[in-house]
Design a protein around this ligand. Structure first.
Ligand code: FER
Length: 296
């Protein structure tokens, strides 16, 4: 197992790094491990989004993005999170909240850099295809130095510690500062890669807190399905949405296939396998469709 992790680490290319840009002659290594084996039902549930879906439109209202700080009892430091509030945000209303988690090489700025979640939502709301919501993008590496530095795989344990930071520090800080509907049906958790694994691990074991759960290209930090969904009927009753997606060129597809195979037949989840790899295109496209399901 250690050896496998070592080779996976070697095979890693963290998406869109400055280094990639500086050395264009280097081969594409945007895969983890071996190319995936596809099963018959590994198909796209949604088409690729129409051209212009992520364009910044001048003729529509835009939400606001702010970087805020909170005190983490879990880590013992002041930490940062990026928070999007929708256009017309008002303390007279109560908003649902989507907590959106980044990958192993990311931080609280990664979702904004990869996918501009607020912009996708501005466009969808303008077209009547999504609900106004707050989107919280915290830092999922719950350790004192939470920068993505050095060998980012060494911080994998801190991504597990984040369960307590999210539940005990992040959510209370958001609910104290913003006008939030605190009902479980108004709280969602989703993420990409390492953050996808976190979302499945924390979301599915805290259905009292989250009713909407999504994993995009979930990483091998994802716990075994029998541990996460010990009672499929109970999960089906409590979940408003469970989203599982991955690109068919992503070497981590097996993680999602394993969960999909376990849940198959229970009609709990959406299974979306598109033509991408382990890359921001899959994450942006998946988020675009996830936003059209969540809180609807
Ligand atoms: C691994 C391969 C990839 C792993 C994590 C990842 C914890 C995460 C990748 C990402 O977040 O992009 O073996 O083990």
């Amino acid at each position: 197992m250690k050896l496998l992790a070592f080779f996976l680490t070697l095979a890693v290319t963290l998406p869109v790094t400055a280094q990639d840009d500086a050395q264009p002659e280097r081969p594409q290594r945007r895969r983890f491990g071996a190319p995936p084996k596809l099963n018959e039902d590994d198909k796209a549930a949604f088409p690729d989004p129409a051209a212009g879906f992520s364009a910044v439109r001048e003729d529509i209202p835009h939400g606001k993005l702010e970087m805020i700080e909170y005190e983490s009892k879990t880590v013992g430091t002041t930490r940062k999170m990026n928070v999007y509030t929708p256009p017309g945000y008002s303390s007279e209303k109560k908003y649902p909240v989507l907590y959106l988690l980044h990958g192993i090489g990311g931080d609280e700025t990664e979702w904004q850099r990869f996918a501009q979640p607020g912009n996708l939502l501005d466009n969808l709301m303008a077209d009547g295809k999504a609900k106004p919501m707050i989107i919280v993008m915290p830092n999922g590496r719950a350790q004192k130095n939470d920068r993505a530095e050095g060998n980012v795989f060494e911080a994998a344990p801190a991504f597990a510690v984040f369960e307590r930071d999210l539940l005990d520090d992040v959510i209370p800080a958001i609910e104290a500062r913003y006008s939030v509907d605190t009902n479980r049906e108004q709280r969602a958790l989703a993420g990409l890669s390492m953050g996808g694994g976190q979302s499945l691990n924390f979301g599915l074991t805290h259905l009292d807190t989250f009713a909407w759960v999504g994993g995009f290209s979930s990483a091998p930090n994802t716990k075994q399905p029998e541990e996460l969904v010990p009672d499929a009927d109970a999960a089906k009753r409590q979940l408003k949405l469970m989203w599982l997606s991955c690109g068919n060129k992503d070497g981590l597809l097996g993680v999602s296939q394993n969960m999909h195979a376990f849940l198959k037949g229970h009609e709990i989840h959406i299974w979306h396998v598109d033509g991408n790899g382990h890359d921001p295109t899959h994450w942006q496209n998946s988020l675009y469709y996830f936003l059209q399901k969540v809180f609807m």
